[in-house]
Design a protein around this ligand. Structure first.
Ligand code: CU
Length: 143
């Protein structure tokens, strides 16, 4: 990692338009799909939109929401997430998340991975997510 990138990640200034807090992902095996979670704080007076996620250790990253259908819970891709002004949007298990599809390597506990998030107003942000274990039931997956 180059120095400039390191500085961008570790020194967030108070006037950051978007602040990413507690990014983490679920441990998983190579070739599998996993999920990424975080809190996204919009510090500005206007809405901002997360519209793209890039991640070099997976085939592709998608923005997902979960839904309830009868007594089944499923998830599906959505094109973007709008974060209202002066508020925090939480990506968390059983709610919105980033789907990391087809891991190019195994992700073990405490492994770190770089994720790049694209916002309409705040631009491009790179964060480091740490891997944690999570136990939850399997969900139906629609693509
Ligand atoms: Cu998903």
């Amino acid at each position: 990692m180059n120095l400039l990138l390191a500085l961008l990640i570790f020194f967030s200034s108070p006037d950051d338009k978007i602040k990413i807090k507690e990014p983490w992902m679920r441990i998983s095996a190579k070739g599998q799909t996993t999920a990424l979670f975080m809190k996204i704080e919009n510090t500005t007076d206007i809405p901002d939109t997360l519209y793209k996620v890039e991640c070099d250790f997976v085939n592709r990253a998608e923005i997902h929401e979960t839904y309830q259908k009868d007594d089944m819970m499923g998830m599906r891709q959505i094109p973007f997430i709008v974060i209202p002004p002066k508020s925090t949007f939480e990506l968390k298990p059983r709610a919105h998340h980033i789907m990391l599809i087809k891991l190019k390597r195994e992700i073990k506990k405490d492994d770190e991975g770089e994720i790049t998030l694209f916002f309409k107003n705040a631009g491009k942000l790179t964060v480091k997510a740490k891997a944690q274990e999570m136990k939850m039931p399997k969900m139906e997956h629609k693509h």
